[in-house]
Design a protein around this ligand. Structure first.
Ligand code: NAD
Length: 486
C-alpha cells in the first residue's frame, strides 16, 4: 500500500448551503429619496437577477432625470443642517449605521451573494464586516476632520453624487458614503444596475438609524441615470468607481465646471514573485490575488510576474492548488469561486480569453463541473504570454491570470510599470530591503508585500495613470470631501 503525501489529499465536501429563510426581501423596491421609498417618476422598474440561477430576485425602480432632480433638491435642503450638527452628533449616526450593518450582517451577506454571485464566504467575512468597519472608521473622524488635513480649517463641499460598480456593492457604497457624511456633505448614491439590493437595504438601515431625510439618497439605474447625475446642476462633487472608459466620459463632461471629481478606475496589477519568496505562501497569495471574487476586483493580481529560476516550480504548485478550488453555488459555504456577475461580463471574459489563445498564449483551465444555469467561468491560467498580448494589457475582470517571466529586479520593475494602469501590485520576497526598493519604484497606488488583496479602512486606496486619482480610506479619504476654508 502506498500512502499519499498529505498535500495531495482531495477532500470531498457535503453541500453546505447557507439558509436564506431569514432574508426579508420585498418583491419591489422604490427609490430612496428624502428619507423614504418613492415611486420613480417614469414608473420604470427592472428585475434584478441572481447570476448563479438566472432567476429574478426583486423588481427595482430605476431613476430618471426627474428623480435625480428631486433627490438633489432634497440633498441640497438637508446639507446645511447636516453640516451644522455638532461633529459628534454626525458621528453618532455613522456609528449607528455601522452597528446596524453588523446586526443585519448575515442577511446582508446572503443578499450580496444572491444579487452579485460572489461566494458567501467572501460576502460574510470580507464585504460586510469591512463595510461596517468603514462606517466605524469615519465615525471616528467626524469630530477630528482638521487633523486629517494638516490642522487646517475645513468645510464640506455640499452635495456629492456617487457612482459605484457591481463587484463590491455594499462595500463600495460604504467607501463612498462614510467619509462624505463624516465631512458634512449629503450624498446621492447610484448603485450598479446588476447589484442594487444591498444599497436598498442600506437605505432601510439609514431609516432605522433615523438619519435626517435627504442626507442619503439611493437611486438605482443604469449608465444613463449615472450620466444624468454627474451632469446635473446642484452636484458639487462626483466620486466615481468603475471602468476607465466611463471615468474618461465623466471627466470630459465635467471639464470646465467647478464640480470636484475623484475617479477609482480599472487596473492590470502586477503580482511579482522573486526566487527568494516563500513559494507556498506566494501560491496562496496568487490565488487570493486573482480568484477572490471571481477576479472581479479592480486591483486583482492579473499579471503574474515570476522570476525565471522558479517559474516551473511555482507554476506546478499553482496549478495543483488551482485544481482544489471549488467552483459553484455561491451560497454554499465551501465555495471558493462563485458565479460571474452577468451575461455581459461573461461575454467580455470569453472574448479576451479567446484573444489570448489566438495570440498564441498557452491556456489551462481547471476541470470542474459547472452548474447548468447561471454564468460561470472556471479558473484559468495563461503561460507563454508576451507583454504585448491583449491578456497582458487589458483588464479581464475575471478568474484569469496571465504569467510573465523576468530575470532581474530591474526587469521586474520595468515590466510591472509597463501598463497604462497603476492601481496595485504585490511583491513576494524574503528580503525586506528588496521589497522596499521595488515598492518605491512601482507606479501603483497600493503595494502589498507577502500578501495580496488586503483591505483596511485605515489605509488609503487609489490609483495612478489610467487607474484614476483621489484616495479612499484612512485620513487621505477625507480630503476629497472637504475644502480648505482657511
Ligand atoms: P462601469 O464603468 O460600466 O460602471 C460602473 C458604474 O457606472 C455603474 O453604476 C454604471 O451604471 C455607471 N455608469 C455607466 N455608464 C455611465 C456613465 N456614462 N456616466 C455615469 N455613470 C455610468 O464599470 P463596471 O463594469 O460596472 O465595473 C467594473 C469596473 O470598475 C472595472 O474596470 C474595475 O476595475 C472598476 N473598479 C474600480 C475600483 C477601484 O477602486 N479602482 C473598484 C471596483 C471596480
Amino acid at each position: 500500500m502506498t500512502t499519499e503525501p498529505r498535500t495531495s489529499i482531495v477532500w470531498d465536501y457535503a453541500p453546505a448551503p447557507e439558509a436564506t429563510d431569514h432574508v426579508r426581501l420585498r418583491d419591489r423596491y422604490g427609490l430612496f429619496i428624502d428619507g423614504a421609498s418613492r415611486d420613480p417618476a417614469e414608473s420604470r422598474y427592472e428585475q434584478t437577477l441572481n447570476p448563479a440561477t438566472e432567476q429574478p430576485i426583486a423588481e427595482v425602480a430605476w431613476a430618471g432625470p426627474a428623480d435625480v432632480t428631486r433627490a438633489i433638491d432634497s440633498a441640497r435642503a438637508a446639507q446645511p443642517k447636516w453640516a451644522a450638527l455638532p461633529d459628534r452628533e454626525r458621528a453618532k449616526y455613522l456609528f449607528r449605521i455601522a452597528r446596524l450593518i453588523q446586526e443585519r450582517a448575515r442577511e446582508l451577506a446572503v443578499v450580496e451573494t444572491m444579487d452579485g454571485g460572489k461566494p458567501l464566504r467572501e460576502s460574510r467575512d470580507v464585504d460586510i464586516p469591512l463595510a461596517a468597519a468603514h462606517f466605524f472608521h469615519y465615525a471616528g473622524w467626524a469630530d477630528k476632520l482638521r487633523y486629517g488635513v494638516n490642522a487646517r480649517e475645513v468645510a464640506p463641499l455640499g452635495v456629492v453624487g456617487q457612482i459605484v460598480p457591481w463587484n463590491f456593492p455594499l462595500l463600495m457604497a460604504a467607501w463612498k458614503l462614510a467619509p462624505a457624511l463624516a465631512c458634512g456633505n449629503t450624498a446621492i448614491l447610484k448603485p450598479a444596475e446588476t447589484t442594487p439590493l444591498t444599497a436598498l437595504l442600506l437605505a432601510e438601515i439609514c431609516q432605522e438609524a433615523e438619519l435626517p431625510a435627504g442626507v442619503v439618497s439611493i437611486l438605482p439605474g443604469d449608465g444613463e441615470t449615472g450620466a444624468t447625475l454627474v451632469r446635473a446642476p446642484g452636484i458639487d462633487k462626483v466620486a466615481f468607481t468603475g471602468s476607465t472608459a466611463v471615468g474618461r466620459d465623466i471627466q470630459a463632461a465635467l471639464a470646465g465646471r467647478p464640480t470636484s471629481l475623484t475617479l477609482e478606475l480599472g487596473g492590470k496589477s502586477a503580482n511579482i514573485v522573486f526566487e527568494d519568496a516563500a513559494l507556498d505562501q506566494a501560491v496562496e497569495g496568487i490565488v487570493n490575488g486573482i480568484f477572490f471574487n471571481q477576479g472581479h476586483v479592480c486591483c486583482a493580481g492579473s499579471r503574474l510576474l515570476i522570476q525565471e529560476s522558479i517559474i516551473e516550480t511555482l507554476i506546478a504548485k499553482l496549478w495543483r492548488r488551482m485544481g482544489r478550488l471549488r467552483v459553484g453555488d455561491p451560497l454554499d459555504k465551501n465555495t471558493d469561486v462563485g458565479a460571474i456577475n452577468s451575461a455581459e461580463q461573461l461575454q467580455r471574459i470569453e472574448t479576451l480569453v479567446a484573444a489570448g489563445e489566438d495570440e498564441g498564449a498557452q491556456r489551462r483551465t481547471i476541470a470542474c463541473e459547472l452548474p447548468e444555469h447561471g454564468y460561470w467561468f472556471a479558473p484559468t491560467l495563461f503561460t507563454e504570454v508576451s507583454p504585448a498580448h491583449r491578456i497582458a494589457v487589458e483588464e479581464i475582470f475575471g478568474p484569469v491570470v496571465s504569467v510573465l517571466s523576468f530575470r532581474t529586479q530591474a526587469e521586474a520593475i520595468e515590466k510591472a510599470n509597463n501598463s497604462r494602469y497603476g492601481l496595485a501590485a504585490g511583491i513576494w520576497t524574503d528580503k525586506g530591503a528588496k521589497a522596499f526598493e521595488v515598492a518605491s519604484a512601482l507606479r501603483a497606488g497600493v503595494v502589498w508585500q507577502n500578501t495580496y488583496n488586503h483591505f483596511d479602512p485605515t489605509a488609503a486606496f487609489g490609483g495612478y495613470k489610467e487607474s484614476g486619482f483621489g484616495r479612499e480610506g484612512g485620513p487621505a479619504g477625507l480630503r476629497p470631501y472637504l475644502k480648505i476654508a482657511r
